[in-house]
Write a protein that binds this ligand. Structure first.
Ligand code: 13P
Length: 265
């Protein structure tokens, strides 16, 4: 079972100086509990593409910290190379030290038109290239209002994993991010999250994930902050978070980690 994880999706925020400043601040804040963090969690941030390499460099410059913070990409193009203006391929991501890739975020699906079949292709590429995929799933508000969230999320999972070679998955994160909870200050409750975790685990078993889903962690995302992190993390089956807004500030991001480690109580 991979360790629980805290992941920060910076979306289209930050710039070079604030990104490098974040790394310094973050390490300052976790100084003292770094051994515990190293033992208990994987921590990954997903900045905009041009910030990936400077962040990797600045993490590696502090040898004592270099295994404490990994860097991921917010997207990947499925093809190896070629005429895809504006896109970034896995070869390039590998070369700058990316470990994990977010796929199928609702903002990509909505603003950039990432279709189910494109999500499926991106997932396949990510797994074949040995990145850790962080696949986002989650229903819009009107679907939950109609009580159709289970079939909606199941359909997202089924199309995303269609014909994907599962035996090569070494670690995968599925992030349940109900669209209505993203950036709204309204996090999902235990009553809403727990059945979804059961549904996702059930899918993993049925779909034939290696070891019945032993390599799978299930994250929750949507208005997670230092105040609600402890309660959300106590929900059975929540293996960590994918955080948006509260991941931009090193203090609030590390406070979420404190809450997960039981340090903030
Ligand atoms: P917020 O934490 O800002 O609600 O965003 C969640 C999210 O979309 C992470 O991918």
């Amino acid at each position: 079972m991979p360790k629980p994880a805290l992941m920060g999706n910076w979306k289209m925020n930050s710039d070079l100086s604030s990104a490098v400043g974040f790394v310094e601040e973050f390490f300052k804040h976790i100084s003292g509990i770094e051994g515990k963090i190293r033992e208990l969690f994987d921590v990954v941030i997903f900045p905009q593409f041009p910030l990936i390499k400077p962040i990797v460099d600045s993490v590696e410059a502090g040898a004592r910290w270099s295994d404490l913070l990994r860097v991921g990409a917010q997207d990947i193009q499925p093809e190896d190379r070629g005429a895809f203006t504006g896109a970034v391929n896995g070869i390039c991501l590998k070369s700058v030290g990316v470990s994990s890739v977010i796929i199928g975020h609702s903002e990509r699906r909505w603003f950039f038109g990432d279709s189910d079949s494109l999500v499926n292709a991106k997932l396949s590429t990510t797994i074949n290239m040995n990145f850790e995929p962080v696949l986002c799933i989650g229903e819009p508000g009107e679907i939950r209002d109609k009580g159709e969230q289970d079939s909606f999320v199941l359909a997202q999972l089924e199309t995303a994993f269609d014909s994907v070679k599962l035996d090569s998955i070494s670690a995968i994160s599925l992030a349940y991010e109900p669209v209505w909870s993203i950036g709204t200050g309204r996090n999902a409750t235990e009553a809403e999250i727990a059945p979804m975790i059961e549904l996702i685990r059930g899918f993993a078993t049925k779909a034939g994930f290696p070891g019945g889903g032993a390599n799978l962690r299930i994250l929750y995302g949507g208005s997670v902050n230092p105040q609600n992190a402890s309660e959300l993390y106590s929900i059975d089956g929540v293996d960590g978070f994918l955080v948006g807004g509260a991941s931009l500030d090193a203090l609030s991001f590390s406070a979420i980690l404190d809450a997960m480690a039981g340090e903030g109580e």
